[in-house]
Design a protein around this ligand. Sequence first.
Ligand code: SF4
Length: 395
Amino acid sequence: MEYLAGFPNWRGHIRHSNPRLDEFKAVAVSGCIGIMVIDMPDAPLPRTVLGTFGYSESEIEKEALRLQYAIKQPMRWSIEVCRSLAPMTLEINRLKKEKDVFLIAHSYQTPDITYGVADSVADSYALSKEARDSPNQTILFSSVRFMAETAKIVSPHKKVLHPSPDAGCSLSDGITAEDIVNLKERHPGVPVVCYINTSAAVKAECDVCVTSSNYLGICKKLPGDKLIFVPDRFMGKHLQKSLKGIKEVVIFDGECEVHAEFTGEKIRTWRKNMSDHGIDLVVLSHPECDSEVLDESDFIGSSELLKDEAIRLASQGKRDLMLITECGTADRVLAETEDHLNLMGSCVMCKHMKKTQLEDILQALKDPYPEQIVDLDEETIRKAKKSIDEMFRLT
Ligand code: SF4
């Protein structure tokens, strides 16, 4: 038996097939468990097909089955939905070959992109390396703007396409190059570390760029007993705690609007409710969450590490897991393991990440609008590249 459930204000769902949870569902429906309600999430609707692009019925059927098998969520990604997407994925994959384009997608993109058309899917760190090392002269980056800019910085001679130019990020959009200049004036000589979720202009003013996979290690290696970390205040606080007594860490007031929605209280409630039903929950969280959430977690890591750890735990028979991050990570875990697992709790969708649709990718491949081609001035690229090269050197 399988249920889908979610918090009213935490968009997303839980997916489980655990017989012990039958009783839990019954309790939840009766309202005895305070914050949980059963709430069927919206499954993707079949798209209005733009056309078949000349593909035959059998080609479309075969592609629809491939998509459904790869995504591995037949309840949400029905065969009708996959059939309506199949002509677009076929056409995108054909155009990629014809135009020698390497299509990379962030883990938080929707499964029709990550499993339908992407050549590589990962978190921002791995993708920035792949964009740099790919032999293709055109990169299409399905993600938010700062990531496409990062691909351009590390591959300045390549053409970088970004299908959704208006897909921003609360972290990246919350800080400007001027903010960095002001911080440097207030703390002269102190190294400035910026999270990769920043614009090219901000990276250009910083000494070293970091990702959620390497920020702790790199900050430890920096010379001196003080550093400035921008823009994520939650990661900054985590850093302050980790480097206490070793380095002073000056932080900025930015936050990821997705990870800011999780609280320690919600995790404690879930743990207790599950424990009351004999379930020992393992909580895996992204470092962009509040330190109170991280304190309640059993494992902390980037989206890529969370996915790998969830798959590893499932393979060891540890099946009751809670992923505290954006919903795309759960989509990836479900697609990439054959083991049975119960994903509890909820995830939050990033409205910026989910802006990109297959239609935008198709447009950018066929005939990109000027805004879909990432264009940065040489000086910004040169300065920003220094901070990224420093990251590769220190990792
Ligand atoms: S999940 Fe958070 S950090 Fe990532 S793009 Fe969305 S707002 Fe930005």
